[in-house]
Design a protein around this ligand. Structure first.
Ligand SMILES: [Zn+2]
Length: 346
């Protein structure tokens, strides 16, 4: 009698964590990865700071056959780093429990999320046995970083310590990375790019691969299959928040401005650009319903740089409404911002 062959130990499913500050180009990178998946079954977890998810919507609208709606899980309303036990672990467990689990899991964290608490979750016994962190990819907005957007801020009046929340998030994201993508490099001259490359290199404790990209166009073979097993190297990825044990995101806030159809999108975008100059708005994104246009207008702004294009037709049952998510430093003058947008909406 032959003895039954014991089942082979299941190999771990690789997961890639994509981090990077607001507007760095994480969703664009994910879209590129999905488009070039080459038959690989991907599952995507997308996390946003605001209460309304825009990125998940953009990924679902990718129109790529291999990527069904059920493969994209949206976790909005707070950073993943704060909701590991409530949101992230149950989502992962549900993905792993599928009859056909994914070949690779991509996790897009919110721009304000700290990667370390998420990486720690992969060290939990239930996760360790099934999943491994293939790599942490930090996407950097090259022109913004080179312009000193993530530098230490001047001492505020009456303060004894520097309060530089953008720098803290940026440093934590770089410190966790296996690969740093300097995105939007097409907008940078070679000398500036080289200087930023050196700055990032000296900001990371471990040797980290740094690549210049634009529009997130990178060969998936470069991004996936890093085999980093980051969960085994948590100590090598120091966080400014390690000593605290917990962290908050009090330095940032977000709200949504809803309206109906608009007549003049140029006026709305001009108003948004003016707001980015006058207020500490870090990120604006959303969709506008433009009168007489069958497609919805995607609007994305980071700092003073705004882009927009007609993205996809409104669905038959989808309400034609305009909706913008505004993210900024805490203390935003919300009434003034809302009023300026409403005036432009007309
Ligand atoms: Zn958090």
């Amino acid at each position: 009698m032959t003895r039954p062959v014991p089942p082979a130990a299941p190999s771990k499913i690789p997961a890639t964590v994509v981090t990077g500050f607001l507007g760095a180009g994480k969703t664009t990178l994910l879209r590129h990865l999905i488009a070039h998946a080459n038959g690989r079954r991907l599952a995507i977890i997308v996390n946003e700071f605001g209460t309304v998810g825009v990125d998940g919507d953009l990924l679902r609208a990718c129109g790529i056959d291999s990527c069904g709606d059920e493969d994209i899980v949206e976790l909005a309303n707070g950073c993943l780093c704060c909701t590991v036990a409530e949101d992230f672990l149950p989502t992962m467990e549900a993905l792993l429990a599928r009859p056909q689990p994914p070949d690779h899991i991509l996790i897009e964290t919110s721009g304000l999320a700290l990667p370390k608490p998420l990486l720690k979750a992969f060290d939990w016994p239930t996760m360790r046995s099934r999943v491994t962190v293939d790599g942490v990819i930090a996407v950097v907005d090259g022109p913004a970083a080179a312009a000193g957007r993530f530098a230490e801020e001047p001492l505020r009046p009456g303060a004894t310590e520097h309060d530089s929340p953008l720098l803290e998030v940026y440093q934590d994201q770089l410190a966790a990375a296996d690969l740093v993508l300097v995105n939007k490099s097409d907008l940078m001259d070679p000398a500036t790019l080289a200087r930023l490359h050196r700055e990032i290199d000296s900001a990371t404790a471990r040797p980290v691969k740094i690549l210049a990209t634009s529009e997130g166009r990178v060969d998936p073979r470069v991004l996936l299959g890093l085999d980093a097993a980051a969960e085994d190297d948590l100590a090598g990825r120091p966080s400014l928040h390690d000593a605290l044990g917990n962290h908050e995101h009090n330095d940032f806030e977000s709200f949504v401005v809803d309206s109906g159809e608009i007549a003049d999108p140029a006026a709305v975008i001009a108003a948004l650009e003016a707001l980015a100059t006058g207020h500490e708005v870090l990120r604006v994104k959303g969709f506008l319903a433009v009168a007489a246009k069958p497609l919805r207008l995607l609007v994305q702004g980071v700092g003073q740089r705004f882009r927009h294009h007609y993205e996809r037709p409104w669905g038959a049952t989808e309400p034609r409404r305009s909706r913008l998510v505004v993210i900024g430093r805490s203390g935003l003058d919300r009434p003034a911002i809302e009023q300026a947008i409403r005036l432009a909406v007309g």
